[in-house]
Design a protein around this ligand. Structure first.
Ligand SMILES: Cc1ncc(COP(=O)(O)O)c(C=O)c1O
Length: 368
């Protein structure tokens, strides 16, 4: 078994890497469920698992250099009617993380700012720092050369509806700059998620580029919705096909492997999986909040009802640490707000089925 040090950042090299959750499970002899990640409670879709296992037998060949047919299948999922027109703006990556870094590397030099929330997913900032951007705080009223907004925001659960999101882009990005909008968690919204997303805003994105030179990129990590963090799958929708080609030129060849492409190609047409996700996640989320509120009336629960996680302010560093330690000891690790977000009174919990929540609640009862 690998070694870890729970006092610091576990397997992460705190001096060089950005901390993320999702590593504890491998160090726990009594592991039950991972509450520290924002993945889908339904686990890997069987359709994708079977397709990826099947694809291993072709893995002595290189993956397709054009990412097909998976790329067109994802385009059909995103734009069921217009996928043939839209797919030239789309490119897949080895997780969204690869694409976040690529887009920020090719952005015009200057200033960088995050979205308007208390905190947000940190890879954007890490990449901006590595690429020598001058970092502006979220509350700065200055427009930035590159502005990155996570919507819905992991971990805070904040969400801007389309009109507010568009206004934020116009108020915060300099002419000629880049807006990166991370909609990884947006497809959880509902079966109508596309209508509420920048995916459906081709005309707006084109106009912004034509009139102000602002390039809007829509980033998706697919490793949460389809629960495949180990496979690494992401995509970015570029403002134009030329932007897509600029990314393609920078991207290392075959960055998305055969197994991940096969998985994606299958899951995009697994309607039953998404329908049960849209149906059950809000119910389980509500139930978990109700159960925790009974035990801990002082805790505050944040985030939109459709999200795959709950952002909890325990109000006390001591309480948060106790919850983290008890959950870990019971084999149900949760995410601390301390490393990465520097918010030590907060914890983040994945939404999970009630039987798994029993184990978490059982562990946390020792605090009462
Ligand atoms: C909002 C958001 N964007 C992007 C990512 C990166 O995901 P990946 O590189 O696994 O696709 C994550 C992972 O937690 C995330 O929460």
């Amino acid at each position: 078994m690998p070694t870890t040090n729970a006092e610091n950042n576990g397997p992460w090299d705190a001096k060089l890497q950005q901390f993320h959750g999702g590593q504890d499970w491998a160090y726990l002899d009594n592991f039950v469920e991972d509450f520290s990640v924002t993945t889908n409670a339904f686990g890997m879709p069987e359709s994708g698992k079977l397709a990826s296992i099947e694809s291993v037998q072709h893995s002595h060949h290189y993956p397709p250099a054009d990412q097909e047919p998976a790329k067109t299948s994802l385009a059909r999922f995103l734009w069921p009617a217009e996928f043939e027109v839209e797919r030239d703006r789309l490119i897949l990556g080895n997780g969204a993380s690869e694409l976040i870094d690529l887009v920020i590397r090719m952005a015009p030099a200057g200033t960088w700012k995050p979205g308007p929330f208390h905190t947000q997913y940190k890879e954007y900032e890490r990449s901006a720092r590595n690429n020598n951007f001058k970092l502006l705080p979220a509350e700065s009223t200055d427009k930035a050369t590159v502005a990155c907004l996570v919507n819905p925001c992991n971990p805070t659960g904040d969400y801007l509806d389309l009109p507010v999101l568009k206004q934020w882009i116009e108020d915060n990005v300099l002419p000629g700059g880049y807006a990166l909008v991370d909609e990884s968690m947006q497809p959880w919204h509902s079966p109508e998620f596309r209508d509420h997303s920048l995916i459906s805003q081709r005309d707006y994105v084109e106009k912004l580029f034509r009139e102000k030179g602002i390039s809007v990129f829509v980033m998706h990590s697919w490793t949460k919705l389809w629960c495949c963090t180990g496979l690494r799958l992401g995509s970015v929708i570029c403002p134009t096909a030329e932007h897509m080609r600029a990314i393609k030129k920078l991207q290392v060849p075959w960055s998305v492997n055969t197994v991940a492409l096969a998985f994606l190609n299958a899951v995009v047409s697994d309607d039953a999986y998404l329908h049960k996700t849209w149906q059950m996640i809000p119910v389980w989320r509500r139930q978990t909040i109700d159960r925790l509120s009974e035990l801990f009336p002082e805790w505050k629960f944040h985030g939109r009802s459709f999200l795959s996680w709950i952002w909890v302010d325990t109000g006390s560093e001591d309480a948060a640490q106790k919850a983290i330690d008890l959950a870990r000891a019971a084999g149900v690790p949760v995410r601390s707000g301390r490393p990465g977000y520097s918010l030590p009174t907060f914890i983040r919990l994945a939404v999970r089925e009630p039987e798994k929540v029993d184990a978490l609640i059982g562990a946390l009862k020792a605090m009462c």
